[in-house]
Structures are given as structure tokens and as C-alpha cells.
Design a protein around this ligand. Sequence first.
Ligand SMILES: [Zn+2]
Length: 420
Amino acid sequence: MKYLTILLFFIAIPAFGQFDNYFENHTLRMDYIHSGNSTQEFYAFKQFKKEKYWGGSHVNLLETFEYGKYFVKVFDEKSDTLIYSRGYGSLFHEWSTTEEAKKFNKAFEETVVVPFPKNKVIIKLYSRNKEMKFDEKFAIEFDPTKTAYYHKNDSEFPVVDIHVSGPSDKKVDMVILPEGYIHDELGKFIKDSHVLIDELFAYSPYDKYKSEFNVRAVWAPSEESGSDNPNKNIEVNTVLNTSFNTLYSDRYCMTLSYHKVRDIAANAPYDQIYILVNTDKYGGGAIYNYYSVSVSGNLKSPKVFIHEFGHAFAGLADEYAYEDSFENMYAKGIEPWEPNITTLVDFDHKWKDMVNPNTPIPTPATPEYKVAIGAFEGAGYQLKGVYRPKQDCLMRSFAGDEFCPVCKKAIKDMIKFYAE
Ligand SMILES: [Zn+2]
């Protein structure tokens, strides 16, 4: 059934090599406000911007993974052809699953970026319903000859190359943004970036794909050091306004100032945004095609850095479980979209083909299956009903210090998607 849905969803596939027919090598960015509560959501347009660079592939214009809670699609208005699509997630979605969201509405900044169209297009935004199907929620026209848009970026900052291996359209482009590095700490920021990037490129499967990545750092200093920490009454004046205790989880360090994040990222071509927080407190966070955050000065920083990038880049779910599960995160009877967890509702379209036929499904977490690929119960924050591919993985804990084969494959597939 899911296969049929995928076919219908991607029915309009543009011919190979059509980037130049439809797009300029710049970004069209659409900022909007996503608001609502646990049962309702609303979209309000804010502004269009033309940005200097487009970091994405010129070949893979349609996302074939069907990852993410949300989706953006761009249609050529004249021919009604789908010419670009991408999945993504957001902090609004995570908040909407919390108890707080049952009590009041809240508004979050969101953005979609697409290649800059040459002709009139229709941009449509979709959100998954309870059955995981995409419902159209918002549509807007953009005509490059008529629609008003901003040309100028008010947040221009210098860019430092950390690792550049080729043209942006054929590489995974990561842009690193500094948070809580004060004016005389450029040297520290660049050193911290190199340390963490070196760890990433030493870690499987990234170790074999260093030449498929570009990494650039934007030097946007802060007035004060570190990040907000509400549990210790610490509030600092920083460029990206990050804070620990996001959604009341002490180690969850995110920012609500998403449009500012996009302004600063736009100084370089990028596919992925990485925010590096200048603190030794343990923490971070990441959401698929949204941004990643890692602290820079904690002993566990390199593992946090790699783990979080798994969420934002390859759409990987957390494979750990809590005693007090988020009940709303993964509904019973519904297959989640993330490649590395399953409810066994549609295991055929997950990693079933990687499992030895002699391994039982579900798989008992016994020493016999310590290194086996199977379906082990306890993942996606839930002890029951959600299964992971291996007993341990970097998406579950730092103990085994390795991605499971299913996560490795998802990362490799995504690298290929960007680098073709
Ligand atoms: Zn895994």
C-alpha cells in the first residue's frame, strides 16, 4: 500500500537535466510562520528572498526518499509539472506532540529553500496526517517578473573554507555557524570546527566519502559567550539565540530564531546547516533538513556532532527509548517514515532484506543476536511497539561507538543523492 502511495506522490517526474530549463543557480527562500497546537496547524507567509548561492544538486531535484513530517513541492505553472521537491521537519512538529500543545497555540519561524525559478511557479506545502499521508496545507504563486522579493542579505559575514573538494552542485555542502563565540574567538571557532569535522570524516561510513563533502564556516561573532541555560538562570546575548532546555529537556539545545539562522547560513552555498555552540555543557539537537546543533567543548562533543548530523542529514530516528515514552511520537499501527525504525507494519519497505532469514522477527535482545541485524523492540523514545535494526547503534548510545548497518546505508544513500 505504501508503495502505491509513493508512486502516486511522485507521478510527475521531470526529465533528466532540466535544472537549467527551470532554475537559476540561486536560492529562492520562503519564510513563513507555522503555528497551531496538538490538533491544528496554520501557515502564514512572511517573505521571499533571493539568495546568492544554491548548494543543491542540479540532477536530483525531486526527493525520492519521502522522508520528513513536511514536504515542499514546486510546480511549473505553465506546464503543471513538478520540478522540485524536498522533505523536512521542524521544531513546531516536535512541540505539537508535547502536553503543552494540548493547552494553547504557539507560533514558530519556518523556511523552505528551493532553486530560484526562471518562470512562474506554484509552491505548495504539505503535512503528514495521522495515516502518514501528505495533505496539502498551503499554496502560493511566485512569478520572478512580478512577485516582490528581497535581494539583500542584512547578515553578511566572512566565510572560511574548512574542507572544499569540488563544485556545490556535486557535493554535500555543510555550513557551520558559530554560536556564542565572541569577537576575538575566530581562531577557536575554526579550530573547533576542524576538530569535529576531522572526527566526522574518521567515522564510518563518512570516512569513505570525505571527497563528497564541502564544509565552510561563517564567521558571525556573538556579543557574549555560550548559550542560554534557563535551568541556571543564564541568559546571554548571542547571534543565533540558542538555548538549552528546549521543550523542557535540559540537554536539548536549539534556537527559535530560525530566520536568522537562514540569513547567516546564506553567506555560503549549503545543503546542511550546523550550529556549533561554544560551551562545554553536554547537549545538542537536530531535525531533518532543518539544522543540527552540537556543543564544541564537551568530551562527548565529537559523538554528539556525528549523532545529530544523522538526524538532520539522513533522516535517522533516535533508537533509544524512555521509561516515560512520548506517546504521540509514533502511533500504533502506523509505519514511521524514518529509515532506521519500524513498527513492523511495513517492514518489507524497511531493512527486511538485510536480515538473515534465520533471525526471528521481532528479535530477542540476547547475546546470540548481539551483532545481528533484526528488529529489536525499544526505539523512537518508546519501550514498546517500535523496533530498531541492531542491539546498539550510535543513534541509540555512544557505547558501541558505531552506526548500525541500516543507518550506514541510509547515510550512504543520502550522500549519493546530493553528490550526483
Ligand atoms: Zn542505527
